[in-house]
Design a protein around this ligand. Structure first.
Ligand code: FES
Length: 506
């Protein structure tokens, strides 16, 4: 998205090239826009380092290096370092939740979220004001509430994510019926959360953005929402319009690549590159097939770069991971068991099984034991991660959906937190975050239905007076859909994360 004002232009998250092992592509195809023109901007805002937001190739080739980067306040300098590597030299380091006055009467504010589960150690939203017109590019960030923005005055445009952006439940080795049921729950939850944010901000116009991606590799084609599968977690903008209409929403505007909205305090006029947007989505499969043909060579070329047979995966994983296991306290305890990774060889059949043993602080060959999680992926992908020294296997392998998974028991967020922290800097930050988070556990209680519960969600501190729904003995926090059994305090969604609750005396 590009925001143009008389006081300057801001380019936000220009993503064009495929991300995560060539699995995610933007839909609709935006590669044919006039990027030479779009890249000539005054300011650049990259919300976070996820590869469908931070597209190094696009930034390098098309975005003016004279642009000043509006930088979120993150705990590590990785985003700034990577932008400097691409040639950007001018930065405004914002402070989270503080308005910055730029030249010509343009005001901006960036809210950075910094828990280990917010993107790759951070995600952010951008608020912009010019001449009394305000917009919030919430993007795919999940703030606990939007109060900080509402306090700054009525917002005219609210851009936010509504679709899925994860591998769950598709990659799980589950019977199809279970997968569909879990997917449907997730799809419903995504919409509930989006509607809640919309209701919180009460902007004049709502723009469904930041997804869904599309999948053009034949191996991943089934993840596109074109088969009428109610368990597909990637509904598109048109589906959003229909669902939003069902809850009475009538102020949403769909943007295609090339659409232009003129936003004023009194209204919003939008022009599109096609005569009929609904018709465009009605022909989605055909658009996808044509897009797939155009991008086939890109995918094939990418695949050729992944193989590094000279790498001894076990030896390299030992060298990279064991020192981090040694230092990990919270995450290693949180995982609490061995995690098995099955690597399928180039022949598609031979399998090498490696175990990351969290309690034993070791990486070793699998020893026929019970494991908490099992992942199965192509050996070439892990070779590539080791070859490029990737520190974040979530922002590469897992988001690619090029794996399958099985687990015993509940979802365990610590597994994924650990695999996104394969560097000293990230590991130390995340361990510190968990430590602080535990010590500062919220002490305030509130009454919800027949229960007295802690005010802040044990997951990421959402205010349960806003996000908590109690049904019988079960509480659901709508921010990420986690469930808790109030009678026992047990989190039903993930290991750990006990909630404090008792039945109200009245
Ligand atoms: S904050 Fe994530 S489920 Fe409550």
């Amino acid at each position: 998205m590009r925001i143009d004002t008389p006081a300057g232009s801001i380019l936000c998250d220009p993503w064009v090239n495929p991300a995560y092992f060539a699995s995610w592509f933007p839909f609709p195809d935006n590669s044919q826009l006039d990027w030479d023109h779009l890249g000539q901007v005054d300011y650049l805002y990259v919300s976070h380092l996820h590869r469908d937001h931070f597209d190094a190739e696009q930034l390098k080739r098309f975005v003016s290096k004279k642009a000043t980067v509006l930088l979120p306040e993150y705990p590590t300098s990785e985003l700034e370092d990577q932008l400097r590597d691409l040639g950007f030299t001018s930065f405004i380091a914002t402070k989270t939740n503080e308005v910055v006055e730029l030249d010509g009467g343009l005001n901006i504010m960036i809210q950075a979220l910094t828990s280990p589960t917010d993107g790759p150690i951070g995600d952010s939203s951008l608020w912009v004001e010019y001449d009394g017109v305000r917009l919030l590019n919430q993007n795919d960030a999940r703030p606990t509430d939007l109060e900080i923005f509402t306090k700054l005055g009525h917002v005219h445009a609210h851009m936010l994510q509504f679709s899925g952006a994860i591998w769950y439940p598709m990659v799980y080795e589950l019977p199809q019926a279970a997968k569909t049921a879990f997917g449907k729950q997730k799809r419903d939850r995504q919409f509930d959360r989006t509607f809640r944010y919309i209701d919180d901000l009460k902007a004049s116009y709502v723009f469904p953005i930041a997804g869904p991606p599309c999948f053009l590799d034949d191996e991943l084609w089934q993840f596109n929402d074109i088969f009428g599968d109610e368990g597909n977690i990637f509904p598109d903008q048109q589906v959003f319009m229909e669902e939003y209409g069902k809850v009475g929403g009538s102020n949403a505007v769909v943007l295609l690549p090339g659409s232009v909205s003129e936003l004023t305090a009194g209204g919003c006029e939008t022009t599109h590159p096609v005569p009929d947007v609904a018709e465009f989505f009605a022909n989605k499969e055909q658009h996808l097939r044509e897009y797939q043909e155009r991008k086939r060579p890109v995918i094939e070329a990418a695949k050729l770069t992944w193989r590094h047979p000279e790498i001894d995966v076990l030896k390299e994983m030992k060298a990279r991971i064991e020192p981090l296991l040694e230092e990990s306290i919270y995450m290693a305890t949180g995982v609490g068991g061995p995690v098995r990774i099955d690597l399928v060889g180039y022949d598609g059949e031979s399998v090498e099984s490696i175990v990351v043993d969290f309690p034993g602080k070791q990486v070793r060959p699998y020893g026929d034991e019970k494991v908490r999680y099992r992942f199965r992926t192509e050996r070439a992908l892990v070779e590539h991660l080791l070859h490029i020294g990737e520190v974040d296997w979530v922002n590469s392998l897992f988001l690619s959906c090029r794996f399958s998974a099985a687990r015993i028991g509940q979802y365990n967020e610590f597994v994924y937190s650990f695999f996104k922290c394969l560097s000293e800097e990230r590991l130390q930050y995340t361990e510190g975050w968990y430590d602080e988070h535990q010590k500062n556990a919220d002490k305030e209680d509130v009454k919800l239905g027949d229960w007295v519960v802690q005010r802040r969600c044990p997951h990421l501190k959402a205010d349960l007076t806003r996000f908590g729904i109690v049904e019988g003995n079960q509480l659901t926090c709508q921010l990420h859909g986690w469930k808790f059994d109030l009678a026992s305090g047990r989190c039903l969604t993930s290991v750990g994360h006990q909630i404090r609750a008792h039945r109200s005396a009245t």
